[in-house]
Write a protein that binds this ligand. Structure first.
Ligand code: 13P
Length: 257
């Protein structure tokens, strides 16, 4: 069995001003300082990245961006590149989040370019996939995920993806309080790991961390993380309060020790 290190990530989405972000990051650092057996990441808004990086310096909490553009630099008004994010202190970049797919015209092809750019720029992609409620009801979950993964990772070989983190976020469970049951999540995570094995080999699939996202809270994280193919959580709403997010982070630590 692969020994996959737990990964607990907070996606702050479009929340918090710069001072609020810095204060939240500081509080979080003081609450999770003792956690040594999980990777922890927070993704504030772009404008808060550099000051939050300062607040996280020397801590066990890593910084991530919520998106990036695939070119390195140039006349692309309003965009931010992977090297820029890395220079602000980011180690990770969330890519292909369903909110970007839903509201900002994100396609699998663009996701593919962003993943390539993240890796070229020295960032670890946290690649998000997930089906909508109607797709699940129409029993298209597996075919939708197959397409998102296949097209998102088109042209990559296993060696390039050793750092990749995959996140399964069923759209119907995001911000709704409607979590996937642990059995539903496990079924999909197992499918995704099998798909990765088929496409990129068993070794990569076994070491790949697959996070679950969608209404993760301190009171449901236990049951979810007990599943064999769930290696962590991508947390939205519950990551905004450091006291609540740290409970999620610490639960994982208790479980794995
Ligand atoms: P919630 O935890 O608010 O459901 O959001 C999940 C998510 O989209 C994380 O990226």
């Amino acid at each position: 069995m692969a020994d996959r290190r737990p990964f607990i990530a907070g996606n702050w989405k479009m929340h918090k001003t710069v001072p609020e972000s810095v204060e939240t990051a500081r509080k979080l650092v003081s609450l999770v300082g003792g956690v040594s057996d999980a990777d922890i990441m927070i993704a504030p808004t772009h404008v808060a990245l550099a000051p939050v990086a300062e607040a996280l310096a020397g801590s066990n909490v890593a910084l991530g961006a919520q998106n990036l553009f695939w070119e390195r630099e140039g006349a692309y008004t309003g965009e931010v590149s992977a090297p820029m994010l890395a220079s602000a202190g980011c180690r990770y970049a969330i890519i292909g989040h369903s909110e970007r797919r839903q509201y900002f015209g994100e396609t699998d092809e663009k996701v593919n370019r962003r993943i390539r750019a993240a890796l070229d720029g020295g960032l670890t992609p946290v690649f998000c996939v997930g089906e909508s409620e109607s797709e699940r009801e129409a029993e298209k979950t597996f075919s939708v995920l197959d397409k998102q993964v296949s097209d998102g990772l088109k042209g990559f070989v296993a060696d390039e993806l050793s750092s990749l983190v995959l996140a399964y976020e069923p759209v119907w469970a995001i911000g709704t309080g409607k979590t996937a049951s642990s059995a539903q999540a496990q079924e999909v995570h197992q499918f995704l790991r099998g798909l990765m094995a088929k496409k990129l080999g068993k070794d990569l699939a076994q070491s790949l961390r697959i996070l679950y996202g969608g209404s993760v809270k301190p009171d449901n994280v236990a049951e979810l993380m007990a599943m064999p193919d769930l290696d962590g959580a991508l947390v939205g709403g519950a990551s905004l309060k450091p006291e609540v997010f740290s409970e999620i982070v610490k639960f994982k630590r208790k479980q794995s020790s």
